[in-house]
Design a protein around this ligand. Sequence first.
Ligand code: 13P
Ligand code: SF4
Length: 301
Amino acid sequence: MIEDLQHQIMKLKKEKNACIVAHHYQTEDIQQIADFVGDSLALSKIAKQIKEDMIIFCGVKFMAETAKILSPHKKVILPVMEAGCPMADMVTPEQLRLVKKQYPHAEVVCYVNSSAEVKAESDICCTSSNAVSVINHLDAKQILFVPDQHLGAYAASQVKDKDIILWQGYCIVHHQLREEQLLHIKEKYPNAPILVHPECRPHIVRHADFVGSTAQIIDKARSIEQKQIIIGTERGVLYTLKKQNPHKEFILLSERLTCQNMKKTTLEHVRNALVNETHVVDVDENIRQKANRALERMISL
Ligand code: 13P
Ligand code: SF4
């Protein structure tokens, strides 16, 4: 059944001249049929280089929107419109406009996990893999960082001489990790390095041997000699980790590290998306141009 659907999708993809991209948090069967699997930064960059007319984006809404902002002439399809990101909804453009007035000299750094409208209100975007270098690159001494307080706090711990004002958003998946859980696993696997995503809370990050985006965690795991590695991010990364390191054991910090939104997309949805060409992602042109400026400024770094 899975193979049949995958076969149908591969055929349809050719007929429709479509490219399928997937985030590392998608289910394994989706990652298997994708032309590109990557983290948010890699997928943003790839979106600009895709030759096909249509991009089927297996991820959440802000990611498909980012692809549309960067590639306005492509048809960008999000198979499940309800696949959103709760953190992206924790900041609205109206709220951001109000807070910006309180900090007229601050530059706004916006994590890509945000709506097109919020990106349009921002000076520059960042992802979890480049937040520190983006902030270091800015001349402004005061930074308003939206919406992820934990990525912002991690970046603040890595940069000098900047006043970083944090928005109070967070990822509902990474935020739930507790220090006791981590200490318990650390005790069980004392020699295993701990690799975590910067969306985790500071009391998790401070125990980590490495902090990075999903792609950075995957790269790091390849170069580590130890055979057991503790992972503090969404379970979808385990697919690539195991494929690339068949002789290593990966221990997830919690069984609850599942992003329900990322798991909404199924093979049936992808097949239907190709057949019906739904749901098309569109961004108002005025908003798109402003958001594009913030994204392009990040990409050009
Ligand atoms: P990265 O793709 O930058 O690792 O971010 C993870 C994430 O939470 C995406 O929603
Ligand atoms: Fe949003 Fe967190 Fe899911 Fe990423 S993992 S899409 S930040 S809820």
